[in-house]
Design a protein around this ligand. Structure first.
Ligand SMILES: [Zn+2]
Ligand SMILES: [Zn+2]
Length: 715
């Protein structure tokens, strides 16, 4: 029934009630019927206009003093986001004797819309008038305290519940109290409230489980979960997502499987959590497993934009950008997350032009780009060395697309300009950016100083970084490496001394390689503990001989120590990714892709080594370091080696590859191409996404999304 026709029916239902002292029972009964009808009409209202019509009827029927009805009316106004000051407040003021429920409706309105302090003020007024609160009053007050993160006020309200009494057993009050303490960061107080509750429901448990998971305390979350008598979907999902967010992907999968065995339904939130867990594991058996589950659920990625976007993100992070694009293409509806994940995926894998092309395609749709989208496109520009394109996008993003540049975007720009060698411009950017000094931007300058061998600029960047993040060892190592490359050994030992004084320990370089049956092996730099060490060493030496015969020379500049050349050669041979490669070659089938991931950045020597090895062994090698993916094929890398060269001589190299197996990645190196050459390469590239490339691509986890960050490689 439409609102209007419903109201018409009520109009005919009864004549206006004259105000009088005595109301006969029959009339009273009719009034009650009218009230309940009006309330059901109220609940169906979806616009302010409809509410106003109901309000008019309330007046015409002389019901504007009925607290019950007015309470419901104010709650509806709040629900429809009608500004509380301009309407609800006035309605409230018309009532001569508001009851606690009506007071609470107004207090709650302010707790939802703010100003939150008004909730507290109203509560004091109510108490001054001698009106006792009800449980809803406290839940509204706790909500307000949680919103302003004022635990002091929150504990005063808590004291009121004790002072007035009778609320200790109210589960609703208890739950909002837990929520308030948790929001204010006092998890222990939340737990205390929980422990003292005489009655709890599934919300009380879940509230705390989620809080523990956010705090990274999965042990306590698990203990609580075990004690929960009736576990519903929300509670299970809290556990699955908690493990996924705390980098415990195997546990997340285990809980998901238990959840399925218990016959609990899953929703898109659960699925997104499991997908993120699979992304962390990276092994293809998990990614395909969860894709099949999603495909067979009611949340199919093609129809569900949340699940679809999560899958795109997963495949991109696992090194399989072709599969990510397939998911993207099949999606019937796409939102800003789907586009942003796909753009970021392309950027991460060096398909910069594809990323930018997709961005412009997105602009033609209704979907508006957001801050994440711009991080993706600017990263793409950076990886492809498209300086002018990046500058233009950065300059117009606010004006043309309404996205205000954040520090992340400044970091992208610093990265882009720094790689291209515009170090002075990065310095200017860092000194003038509106949000003040920023780790990302200085970090990008430090990284760029390394690429372009500029120790003076590195000193400036490092001095800022030492202040901003005094305990981050990566900055010290990078600076000492830059001095080492310039042969300034005195400065190297000065930096090393600083590190010793600060007692900073270096993160050991560590690589993982996936071999048959999805088994993952771990190697540390200089690792001689593996049971097959001698076999691995032998394989590595054999490979080295073959590479040397083909012109490979160890890049001794990658070793930042003042040691003999022989020692430098020896150190380079023990880099963790080389050990992982040798193990991978021994333990995978001929012709299959080798997937390696690394906690630090791959060094220049290992990068040259992998390029050469991919050609000699005719294997595709994918290395995910903490910056990005490197796809090595036929002697070339998808990153165009931009991190390792000063941007020269890339053109001929790319052209040489465009016809061969490396054609998919020719696209990265297009910055120096003519327009016609670029278009040709884009076509080659887009063709490759649809071709059946080897799907068995890399790795667990994902490279750090923070652009402009850098870190040391194995030293
Ligand atoms: Zn290395
Ligand atoms: Zn590379």
């Amino acid at each position: 029934m439409s609102t209007i026709s419903a109201l018409k029916r009520f109009a005919s239902l009864q004549q206006p009630l004259p105000a009088r002292v005595f109301v006969p029972y029959s009339q009273l009964q009719q009034q009650k019927i009218l009230e309940s009808h009006l309330i059901s009409v109220l609940h169906e209202c979806t616009t302010l206009n409809q509410l106003k019509q109901v309000h008019a009827h309330i007046y015409r029927k002389h019901l504007h003093q009925c607290c019950y009805l007015v309470t419901k009316f104010i709650r509806m106004l709040t629900k429809l986001h009608v500004p509380i000051h301009s309407y609800s407040r006035l309605v409230f003021q018309q009532v001569n004797n508001p009851n606690p429920f009506l007071w609470t409706a107004l207090i709650r309105g302010y707790a939802v819309q703010g100003p939150f302090s008004e909730s507290i003020r109203l509560y004091c007024c109510m108490r001054k008038q001698g009106i006792d609160p009800v449980s809803f009053t406290f839940s509204a007050l706790f909500k307000a305290c949680g919103a302003i993160l004022d635990v002091n006020l929150g504990s005063q309200v808590h004291a009121q519940t004790i002072l007035i009494g009778g609320f200790a057993s109210d589960v609703f009050v208890g739950n909002t109290m837990i929520n308030m303490y948790v929001k204010c960061g006092l998890l222990d107080c939340g737990r205390k409230v929980f422990d003292e509750m005489t009655e709890r429901d599934v919300i009380s448990w879940t509230e705390l489980i989620v809080a523990y998971a956010r705090n990274g305390d999965m042990k306590s979350a698990g203990d609580l979960f075990d004690g929960l008598p009736m576990k519903d979907m929300v509670a299970w999902t809290a556990m699955v997502n908690g493990f996924a967010q705390n980098a415990m992907p195997r546990k997340a999968l285990e809980f998901f499987e238990r959840m399925q065995d218990a016959g609990i339904a899953t929703d898109e939130v659960t699925l997104a959590g499991v997908i993120s867990a699979c992304a962390q594991l990276g092994a293809s058996k998990y990614t395909n497993w969860i894709r099949d589950i999603a495909e067979n659920s009611i949340y199919r990625p093609a129809n569900n934009v949340v699940v679809g976007s999560a899958l795109i993100d997963m495949y991109s992070k696992c090194g399989n950008v072709e599969e990510a694009y397939k998911v993207f293409e099949a999606m019937k509806e796409r939102n800003v997350f789907s586009y942003s994940s796909m753009i970021a995926g392309f950027a991460m894998h060096g398909c910069a032009h594809a990323a930018i092309e997709l961005f412009f395609e997105m602009l033609k749709t209704e979907v508006k780009p957001n801050h994440v989208t711009f991080v993706g496109v600017l990263t793409a520009c950076s990886h492809a060395g498209m300086v002018d394109q990046g500058r233009q996008l950065f300059a117009t993003m606010e004006e043309c697309y309404g996205v205000e540049p954040t520090s992340d975007h400044y970091a992208c720009m610093a990265d882009l300009l720094g790689r291209a060698g515009h170090l002075e411009e990065v310095l200017h950017l860092a000194e003038t950016m509106p949000m003040g000094p920023h780790i990302g931007v200085w970090g990008a300058l430090l990284g760029a100083s390394q690429i372009h061998g500029n120790p003076d600029m590195a000193e400036i960047a490092a001095s800022h970084l030492f202040e901003l993040e005094p305990d981050s060892i990566g900055n010290y190592i990078l600076l000492s490496n830059i001095y080492a490359s310039a042969g300034r050994w005195g400065d190297v030992s000065r930096v090393r001394k600083m590190m010793r004084e600060k007692k900073l320990k270096k993160n050991p370089g560590c690589s993982w390689v996936e071999v048959k049956k999805g088994i993952i092996q771990e190697f540390f730099a200089g690792d001689a503990t593996h049971p097959k060490t001698s076999e691995i060493r032998k394989a590595l030496e054999d490979l080295m001989e073959r590479l040397k015969a083909n012109g490979y020379q160890p890049n001794l500049g990658s070793v930042p120590y003042d040691v003999s050349e022989e020692e430098k050669r020896r150190i380079l041979m023990t880099h963790s990714e080389k050990l992982a490669l040798a193990y991978g070659l021994l333990n995978t089938d001929a012709g299959s892709t080798i997937k390696i991931m690394k906690n630090l950045r791959i060094c220049e020597d290992c990068h040259i080594f992998m390029c050469a090895a991919s050609k000699i062994t005719e294997r595709k090698i994918i290395v995910r370091d903490n910056m990005r993916f490197h796809h090595f094929t036929g002697g070339a890398c998808s990153c165009g080696s931009v991190w390792y060269k000063k941007g020269h001589g890339r053109k001929g190299y790319a052209m040489g590859k465009a016809g061969g197996t490396g054609k998919m990645f020719a696209i990265v190196m297009l910055s120096s191409f003519t327009e016609a050459e670029q278009i040709a390469a884009i076509m080659i590239c887009s063709h490759c996404w649809h071709s059946k490339l080897d799907r068995r691509t890399s790795t667990a986890g994902a490279p750090s999304s923070t652009v402009g960050r850098r870190s040391s490689s194995d030293v």
